[in-house]
Design a protein around this ligand. Structure first.
Ligand code: FES
Length: 107
């Protein structure tokens, strides 16, 4: 089963049991607090994650992600957790701007 490793959450790993679930849904199912100000509608970019490994294991950019790229609100090494699904292992990092104040990050 595909797994997500979150490097700056002490390399915590979560497993996807359903390829149609978004990364944000997988995080929430595993009780990981992940910012999502617009409620997962692809409009806020607060669920952004930096992809450290496994770019090719992510679904294609959604229309919302393409719009954010064009508006320079989403770098080429970033994806919106609420918009993408995974089909293989990925390693991600929570960007500084998307860190929650009450969560203890490892760097
Ligand atoms: S939660 Fe707002 S863009 Fe993903």
């Amino acid at each position: 089963m595909p797994k997500i490793t979150i490097s700056n959450l002490n390399h915590k790993q979560v497993v996807s049991h359903n390829n149609s679930k978004t990364v944000l849904n997988i995080m929430h199912e595993n009780f990981i607090d992940w910012m999502h100000a617009c409620g997962g509608k692809g409009r806020c970019t607060t669920c952004k994650m930096k992809i450290l490994d496994g770019h090719d294991q992510l679904s294609a950019l959604s229309d919302f992600e393409q719009k954010m790229r064009q508006a320079s609100r989403l770098n080429t090494d970033e994806r919106l957790a609420c918009q993408c699904t995974i089909r293989g292992d990925v390693t991600v990092e929570v960007p500084e701007a998307c860190k929650l104040p009450h969560v203890k990050y490892s760097y």
